[in-house]
Design a protein around this ligand. Structure first.
Ligand code: NAD
Ligand code: 0WE
Length: 262
C-alpha cells in the first residue's frame, strides 16, 4: 500500500475516461484517502460515481479560471481535512479554434492567454492556495504532453502552454523544496479522453503512436495512474522537478522499427 495514510486531492475528473479517474482508481487501490474537485455542476453526476468507487464523499466545485473559486474550494476542503498530502492537477484547456489548423494562422492573443492561464498558471495558483494546508513530504503532480518539446499538427498553442507547465513544475519544485514538498509531472502518451474526443484525426494519431512506440501500443489511464501513485508516495521521496514519460517509449524513438515493412 504505497499511499496508506495519505490524503490526496484529485482535480480534472470529467468522466470515467479521464486520466484523473485512472489516477484516482490507482491511488485508491494503494490506500490513499481521496477528495475531488470538479469544474462545474454538469460534471457532478459523473464524478459522484468515480468518488463513490473510491470511497470518497468529498466533492468540491473548483473552476481554476477564477481566483475566488480556487480560494473557496480550499476553504471548503479545510472543513474536511485540516491538512493533506498533495494534489493532482489534471487540467488543460485551450479554445477549440486554437486546436485546428496552422499554428501561425489560428493562434490569437486571447487563445494564447486562456491556454496558458488554465493549463499552466492554475498549477501555481493551486500550489499557492494549498501550501498552508500541506503536510511535510507532500507531493504535487501535473499532467503534460510531448507537444511541449516537439511539434505536431493541431496541438498548437497547447504545446506552448505545456512547455510553460513543465517550467512551472521545476520552479515550484525549487520553491517548495525547503518545505519538503515535491513537484513532478507525468508526460502521458495519447489517450482517448473527453479532451481528446474533439481532436481531428485522433484515432490516426493513436495508430501512429503504436507504430513508433517501442512497446508497440498506446498507454492506459490506469498505467498513468500507477506512476502517479508512485510519484505521490514516499517511495519517490528523492524525485522532484522531474518530467516522467508514461508513453510506451514513444518519445525516445526517432523512427518506427518496422520502417521497411510499411
Ligand atoms: P479530460 O477532458 O477528461 O480532463 C480535462 C479536465 O480539465 C476536465 O475534467 C475539465 O473539467 C478540466 N478543466 C478544464 N478547464 C477547467 C477549469 N477552468 N477549471 C477546472 N477544471 C477545468 O481529459 P484528460 O485527457 O484526462 O486531460 C487531463 C490532463 O491530461 C490535461 O492536462 C491534458 O492536457 C493531459 N494529457 C492528456 C493526454 C491525452 O491524450 N488525453 C495526454 C497527455 C496529457
Ligand atoms: O492536452 C491534451 C488535450 C488538450 C485540449 C483539448 C481540447 C479539446 C476540446 C485542450 N483544450 C481543448 N479544448 C477543447 O475545446 N492532449 C494531450 C490530448 C490531445 O489534444 C490534441 C492532441 C492530443 C494528443 C489536440 C491536437 C493534436 C493532438
Amino acid at each position: 500500500m504505497l499511499l496508506k495514510n495519505k490524503k490526496i486531492l484529485i482535480t480534472g475528473v470529467a468522466n470515467k475516461y479521464s486520466i484523473a479517474a485512472g489516477i484516482a482508481q490507482s491511488m485508491h487501490k494503494q490506500g490513499a484517502e481521496l477528495a475531488f474537485t470538479y469544474q462545474n455542476e454538469r460534471l457532478l453526476k459523473n464524478i459522484k460515481e468515480i468518488a463513490d468507487a473510491c470511497d470518497s464523499n468529498i466533492l468540491i466545485e473548483c473552476d481554476v479560471s477564477d481566483d475566488e473559486s480556487i480560494k473557496s474550494s480550499f476553504k471548503t476542503l479545510k472543513e474536511k481535512w485540516s491538512s493533506f498530502d498533495g494534489f493532482v492537477h489534471s487540467i488543460g484547456y485551450a479554445p477549440s479554434d486554437q486546436l485546428e489548423g496552422d499554428f501561425l494562422e489560428v493562434t490569437s492573443r486571447e487563445g494564447f492567454k486562456i491556454a496558458h492561464d488554465i493549463s499552466s498558471y492554475s498549477f501555481t495558483a493551486m500550489a499557492k492556495e494549498s501550501k498552508p494546508m500541506l503536510n511535510e513530504n507532500s507531493a504535487l503532480l501535473t499532467l503534460t504532453y510531448l507537444g511541449s518539446r516537439q511539434t505536431m499538427p493541431n496541438y498548437n498553442v497547447m504545446g506552448l502552454a505545456k512547455a510553460s507547465l513543465e517550467a512551472n513544475t521545476r520552479f515550484l519544485a525549487a520553491s517548495l523544496g525547503k518545505d519538503n514538498i515535491r513537484v513532478n509531472a507525468i508526460s502521458a502518451g495519447p489517450i482517448k479522453t473527453l479532451a481528446a474526443s474533439g481532436v481531428k484525426n485522433f484515432r490516426k494519431m493513436l495508430t501512429q503512436h503504436s507504430n513508433k512506440a517501442p512497446l508497440g501500443r498506446t498507454v492506459t489511464a490506469e498505467e498513468v495512474g500507477n506512476v502517479a501513485a508512485f510519484m505521490c508516495s514516499d517511495y519517490a521521496s528523492g524525485i522532484t522537478g522531474e518530467i516522467t514519460y508514461v508513453d510506451a517509449g514513444f518519445n525516445i524513438a526517432a523512427m518506427p522499427l518496422n520502417l521497411h515493412n510499411d
